[in-house]
Design a protein around this ligand. Structure first.
Ligand SMILES: [Zn+2]
Length: 200
């Protein structure tokens, strides 16, 4: 006999559709929610709904924002000739926290991963090329994660843009290989940005 109440099973099925969340993790999350004081749990769900309603991607750079155009893209004092290419919005948020960067960002929305079926068409690569053509871009800094997939993604885009008259650089390996940008501390990230290497 299956004793799992339908409403719980439904939540578990929904959560386990998220990448990286298996059935067991989804179960744990559902149980933890049910164990929370009801008011707090309802508050959490309300905030989730609010986030889904308010947050979308910046029309220019693809970063998470509550505005049509994000604070970086709409800031006239930013250096529009430099674009830092990251996998996810939170990578850009981390770099921004270092206060060492004054250019623009471009969020790919992931990295190439043939195993997970993520090809170039699933990433915001075309819009990056469009921006390079449209803006007077002089430098592209790849700040994809120092992982095999992150490297492959940077190399793929590098090949597409290497004939443009721009400087192409990559964050230096002050970052641990196999690590995740989001987990790096401010100092390591600032150093890596300072020591970026020119690729072309
Ligand atoms: Zn933007």
């Amino acid at each position: 006999m299956n004793l799992v109440p339908d409403s719980i099973q439904q939540v578990i099925s929904e959560i386990s559709r998220l990448p990286g969340y298996g059935e067991k993790t989804a179960q744990r999350l559902a149980v933890n929610l049910l164990k929370m004081p009801k008011g707090e749990a309802v508050d959490l769900v309300r905030h989730l709904a609010l986030m889904l309603d308010k947050v979308h991607l910046c029309r220019e750079c693809g970063i998470f924002t509550e505005k049509e155009i994000c604070d970086v893209c709409s800031d006239e004092s930013r250096d529009r000739s430099v674009i830092c290419v990251v996998e996810e919005s939170f990578d850009a948020f981390m770099i921004e926290n270092t206060d060492k960067y004054n250019g623009l960002y471009h969020v790919l929305g992931g990295r190439l991963s043939p195993l997970e079926g993520i090809g170039p068409e699933k990433l915001n690569i075309k819009s990056l090329i469009d921006r390079i053509k449209k803006l007077n871009v002089k430098e592209i800094i790849f700040a994809t994660n120092p992982t095999v997939e992150g490297e492959a993604t940077a190399n793929y885009i590098h090949n597409l843009i290497k004939n443009y008259p721009i400087t192409i650089s990559r964050l230096a390996y002050g970052l641990p290989f196999g690590g995740i940008l989001e987990n790096a501390d401010d100092f390591t990230l600032a150093k890596a940005l300072e020591n970026k290497q020119i690729l072309k």
